[in-house]
Design a protein around this ligand. Structure first.
Ligand code: AMP
Length: 977
């Protein structure tokens, strides 16, 4: 037990502080020095006992009593004070003595009878008894011994204080008994103590006599109140300790130096509390002095449940983009919409949906006949499934946005749609085409009756079997393939045999089941036919090349499988290769560099476009090889198609031209709704061009930054789901992207996300994020898995890591991963098992998935198919997104800063706010007293809200920026997994 526990120690220190700050007050009843010669004390015996002695000290006369009968035995010398009146309040007095005692050793041969102590006695009385002195009436209080005896000429003065209590009579006498010492009594002071009148915790306490520990009642100061009477303790030593009840300033008043003062204009305090006045919240009129609330500005309101400290808010505008989709099951419809543009700065937005059946003359409410699966009111998500609908009615749905203040709006915020059940959903496969065939393979593609709805993902179920031969019926053995794109190459077929195919389009989630296409039969070629084929040798070479590659792939597969089975599942080898699932597109991506002449790869995978049908309109970006234009392509029978045109700048070398076009020959092999679609290339013209579908909203990172306050989490998740589906497709094709990042994902007008940027050299050259690693290659460090940085192990599992980073970018609205940590710091942190913290307001389930993607052991990361499944599940149960992952900028990824920066980067709060484009809050920060960058660094997320920043996007931007600043100033804490 080494000393006091910490808590006790603090309490102890606290008490000491209290004691020092509250000095006691002394009321003197008797002072020997002050009385001079007029003491009139009684001595006994009259002669040869205590004697009054007059001495001159510092030119003033001093009277002392002394006695020095050290060589006589049986000494009993008394001196008694005059009657000392007691104050009725005090039952305890202090007696302070100053005296000198001579050392017995200084008297020759007197050591036997000599004493070095004397005794203090007292006797109570109700009246002055005059000279009548009876020793028997006195009781002993203490033996008084000196701390130091006097030996030489210099007197050693001792001071001793004794307390005399309890006292009950009107007064008392003190007496000093000497029994053979050599003593001089220099001073006797008798006094009682009080705790002085004081103001503590906004309560005034009267002067109080200090006897025992006494509880004292007080009264609150002006403009302060308390529930119960304020109390404090006065100790026997005359010190105030431990106020028990505190007073609080009235609404509109705050405590300043023990009194309650009116709030300054522009500030308010809504209740009696110990808090200080707060700055009037946003959208309120500035208050006058002593305000208890700040009134809303015109057009802004508070809901009855809003606290007075909340900002005033505006009613919401109408929901947008209301659409309906027929779902599977009888009479089910999905109504979905986008949140209003104007939320009024509130987070309690809900929706209600009303249904009417209208004919030409009138509308009637749908009433009980239909059912809203999550109820028609209080909807938190921008969507609801309606069931029990009749197919022959026209339904009009009106969606209204509500918030705590929507009742104050001048108009109702509604959007309407009239719709019927659309049983033609989903689209059907109209015909299957034979694209190519060999003795053991058929290459098929198919067309749809119409495009599937944009916001619903789709895939195909292809079934095939050998056509029944005469007398043999084997209808049950179908092979089923689940495919993401509308074409397939089927291998391992029997030569010269007819196969029957049918395809079904499936939409997910929950949309109406479709029906299979008509059976269509195709015949594989006979062996002889392919041998006698007389195609140009170039193409022949290509086919042989592809066959060899396929053979190598199969061999690698077999080898790996054998290795895997000997180690068991989940071994350290690439898990993505162990998937020989039969339900996968059988197509594998072919690296164009395996062709000796890259032009052949281009011919094989890419359509040549006539430059006359394309027109460039406007530069929209700059790529590594030249400008990127928005343009139009005239498509025969289809009209104008918006396209993006990537150009190769003039003066290129042949090598550059091939690198440029290699992106097209990779893109040309893909066909998936979440992969950027190649329309074709122009190679036969002096400026080579790559033409792709046009993505109206540009790169994902920029789009998110620009719309951070508008996109609800549900929609962010939908975007991630799209990217994951695209990546699943790529990994199924055995294509490793290596540079998946939000800047390489493009967004179209319906907010569909598509993976882009497939250049072969691009990882090395084109990406500004690319950094040369120690091993030579250029790698975008903060998006890349550790094994890929360390030993260039790029796999679909390293793409999964990058996807995790993209998830973070998306949930953080385009924030830069790891903020402005250096690449070196990022690598160090990752190797020490630190990971990015959850973005603000990020659903916990999403953050958990990110962390899974960032498992160090790549075999433990989920596959893209797992990710798609998880995201689908989350999308189907919005409830699962309610739990928000902890966001705490104070415990975020940080490294000991190696750069040694300081926050002198910004000289003022205004300069900093401007740098993050938040200058509109200059005044709010100033009003809240945040005037230096040190104040800024000390802000917590909740403080940002209190300053008056209410929009979630703005709060995030400010919080993250502070995080970034701290990053540079402190030796930093970290977020460990
Ligand atoms: P890239 O060379 O592919 O990185 O393209 C450079 C920039 O051009 C991108 O960051 C986009 O802003 C823009 N861009 C490229 N392709 C498209 C497209 N298909 N649609 C719209 N913008 C595009």
């Amino acid at each position: 037990n080494m000393g006091l526990p910490r808590v006790n120690l603090f309490f102890f220190l606290f008490i000491i502080r209290v004691l020092i700050s509250l000095q006691s007050k002394e009321h003197v009843l008797l002072d020997m020095k002050a009385s001079g010669s007029e003491l009139g004390w009684l001595t006994s015996p009259n002669e040869n006992g205590w004697e009054i002695v007059q001495t001159v000290v510092n030119s003033s006369l001093l009277y002392t009593y002394s006695v020095c009968n050290v060589d006589s035995a049986d000494q009993d010398n008394w001196v008694r004070t005059t009657f000392i009146q007691r104050r009725p309040e005090s039952s305890r007095v202090s007696v302070e003595l100053q005296f000198i005692v001579r050392d017995c050793n200084t008297f020759d041969g007197a050591s036997v009878t000599c004493k070095e102590t004397f005794n203090l006695f007292m006797s109570e009385a109700d009246a002055d008894v005059g000279t009548s002195f009876r020793k028997g009436q006195f009781r002993k209080v203490a033996t008084i011994a000196p701390d130091e005896v006097t030996r030489g000429r210099v007197p050693k003065v001792n001071t001793e204080t004794r307390t005399v209590f309890p006292l009950s009579k009107k007064g008392f006498y003190l007496a000093f008994q000497d029994m053979g010492a050599c003593v001089a009594l220099l001073s006797v002071r008798v006094y009682y103590k009080t705790c002085p009148s004081t103001v503590r915790s906004l309560a005034a306490f009267p002067e109080t006599v200090a006897d025992a520990l006494r509880e004292v009642e007080g009264v609150c100061v002006k403009n302060a109140i308390s529930q119960t009477t304020p109390r404090i303790y006065c100790t026997a030593e005359g010190k105030w300790v431990v106020p028990v009840v505190q007073c609080q300033c009235l609404p509109g008043y705050e405590a300043t130096e023990g009194s309650c003062q009116e709030c300054k204009p522009g500030y308010f305090k809504p209740s009696a509390s110990n808090e200080i006045c707060q700055v009037c919240p946003e959208n309120t009129k500035s208050s006058s002095a002593g305000a208890t609330e700040c009134v809303c500005e015109d057009g802004f309101f508070r809901s009855p449940s809003d606290p007075l400290t909340a900002a005033c808010s505006a009613p919401p505008s109408a929901p947008r983009d209301l659409t309906s989709t027929t779902l599977s099951g009888d009479g089910r419809l999905l109504l979905s919409w986008s949140p209003p543009l104007e939320t009024g700065g509130r987070s309690d937005l809900t929706y209600s949906v009303a249904c009417e059946i209208c004919d030409e003359s009138q509308c009637v409410a749908c009433g009980e006949k239909i059912r809203f699966e999550t109820g028609p009111t209080e909807l938190k998500e921008p969507g609801v499934v309606v069931s029990d609908l009749d197919s022959h009615h026209n339904y009009t749905f009106t969606v209204e946005a509500h918030s705590g203040v929507s009742q104050y709006g001048s108009e109702r915020a509604t959007a309407s749609i009239t719709t019927t059940l659309d049983y033609t959903n989903p689209p059907k496969v109209t015909s299957i085409h034979l694209d190519d065939r060999g003795p053991t393979s058929l290459s098929l593609s198919w067309t749809l009756s119409r495009r599937p709805p944009a916001h619903i993902s789709h895939h195909y179920e292809l079934m095939y079997r050998k056509k029944d031969t005469e007398g043999e019926s084997d209808v049950t053995t179908y092979t089923v393939l689940i495919l993401d794109k509308n074409s397939v190459l089927i291998n391992d077929l029997t030569p010269d045999t007819t196969y029957v195919f049918r395809v079904l389009v499936k939409l997910s989630p929950e949309v109406m089941p479709g029906s299979y296409s008509k059976d269509q039969a195709f015949h594989t070629s006979a062996l002889a036919e392919s041998q006698t084929q007389n195609k140009p040798t170039l193409v022949m070479g290509a086919v042989v090349g592809v066959a060899i590659i396929l053979l190598i792939v199969v061999a690698v597969l077999l080898l790996r499988r054998r290795r895997l089975s000997s180690r068991g599942r989940g071994g350290p080898e690439d898990p993505y290769f162990s998937t020989a699932d039969q339900l996968k597109p059988l197509k594998t991506y072919v690296d164009p560099h395996t062709y000796e002449d890259p032009n052949i790869a281009i011919q094989k995978f890419v359509k040549e476009i006539d430059p006359n049908i394309i027109r460039k309109e406007k530069v929209i970006g700059v790529g590594e090889f030249g400008e990127v234009f928005r343009g139009v392509m005239k498509v025969p029978r289809k009209g104008d198609l918006a396209v993006a045109i990537k150009t190769l700048k003039p003066g290129y070398s042949e090598k550059q031209r091939q690198d440029f076009l290699s992106e097209a020959s990779i893109m040309g092999q893909f066909s998936h709704p979440n992969i950027i679609r190649l329309e074709g290339v122009v190679t036969k013209f002096k400026h080579a061009m790559i033409v792709t579908e046009y993505m109206e909203n540009g790169a994902l990172d920029t789009h998110l930054k620009e719309h951070d306050t508008e996109i609800p989490p549900y929609q962010l998740l939908g975007m991630l789901r799209g990217i994951a589906a695209g990546m699943k497709y790529l990994s199924d094709m055995n294509y490793v992207h290596r540079d998946l990042a939000a800047r390489n994902v493009l967004v179209n007008s319906s907010l569909e996300c598509k993976v882009s940027d497939f250049g072969l050299s691009r990882v090395l050259e084109d990406d500004a994020e690319g950094t040369y690693t120690t091993r030579g290659g250029k790698i975008p460090i903060r998006w890349t898995a550790p094994e890929a940085i360390e030993y260039r192990k790029f796999t679909s599992a390293s793409d999964v890591w990058s996807f995790g980073i993209v998830m973070w970018e998306v949930m953080a609205f385009g924030e830069r991963p790891y903020w402005d940590m250096s690449n070196h710091e990022v690598m160090k942190a990752i190797n020490e098992a630190f990971r990015l913290p959850a973005p603000m307001d990020c659903p916990s389930a999403i953050y958990q998935l990110m962390l899974q993607c960032w498992q160090h052991d790549r075999s433990k990361r989920p596959r893209f198919s797992d990710i798609v499944n998880i995201l689908d599940k989350l999308l189907q149960s919005p409830e699962s997104l309610k739990t928000i992952a902890d966001f705490d900028p104070r415990v975020s990824i940080r490294l000991p800063s190696t750069s040694g920066c300081d926050n002198t980067m910004f000289r003022s709060v205004a300069e900093w706010l401007e740098s993050i484009k938040m200058s509109q809050y200059n005044e709010s920060f100033a009003r809240a007293g945040i005037t230096t960058m040190d104040h800024v660094l000390a802000l917590r997320p909740e403080d940002i809200r209190n300053i008056g920043v209410r929009l979630p996007g703005h709060m995030k931007r400010i919080a993250y920026s502070i995080l970034g600043l701290k990053d540079e100033t402190s030796s930093l804490s970290v977020f460990a997994v």
